[in-house]
Design a binder for this molecule. Sequence first.
Ligand code: E4P
Length: 217
Amino acid sequence: MRFFIDTANLEQIKEAQALGILDGVTTNPSLMAKEGITGAENILKHYVAICEIVDGDVSAEVIATDFDGMVKQGEELAALHPQIVVKLPMIADGVKACKYFSDKGIRTNVTLVFSAGQALLAAKAGATYVSPFLGRLDDISTDGLHLISEIRQIYDNYGFETEILAASIRHTMHVIDCAKIGADVMTGPLSSITGLLKHPLTDSGLAQFLLDYQKGN
Ligand code: E4P
C-alpha cells in the first residue's frame, strides 16, 4: 500500500517525507485555502514547492467545471512538474477530460467519488487514480469501507488498472481497514500516518529495556 499525505502544509509534508515512507501528496482547493495559498500564481508555485519535497505523485486539482476549462487548466498543471497528477471532479465534463488526458498520457486522479458506478466510469475513462471519499461517507452514516471493497471487486473483475486511492481518511483504523480490503493507496492527514507508530507496549517495553541497560552499566 502506498501512503500519500493529504495536505498543502509544507512542514507536515517534510515531516512525513523524513519518515521515509511517503509516496505522494494530494491537495484540494480547501487544503490550499487552509494554508493561506491564494491566487493562481501562488497556487502553481506551491505545487512546485511540494514536488520539490516529495519523491512521488502530487495531485493538483482543476477549478474549472467545463471540459475546455479543465483541459486548459489540467495542461497547465501537468506542465509544471513531471510528478503532477491532474485531479478532476467526478462530473460529466470531468469524465470527458479524464479520457482526453489518458489518451494524451497525462496522469489523472478522479476525485469526489461516492459510488461504485462513479468509480466504474472513472476507470473506463482511463483514470490513473480514483478517489473514493471514505470519511465523508462515514460522516453521513454510510459505510465508506463498503464502497472501497465494491470498487476493489469491480476493478479486479475486469482488470482495470486504475488505482484505488482511498481518500478522506480520518484516522489510523481507516488506514488498516483499507489495507485489509486492498486499496492501492491511502491519503490522509499526518496524524493518520504517525498514529500507526504508536503502541503503549512499545513505549513501556523500550523504557524497560533502557532501564535494564542502565542497571548493567
Ligand atoms: C482527497 O483527495 C481529498 O483531498 C481529501 O481526502 C478529502 O478529505 P476530507 O473529507 O477530510 O476533507
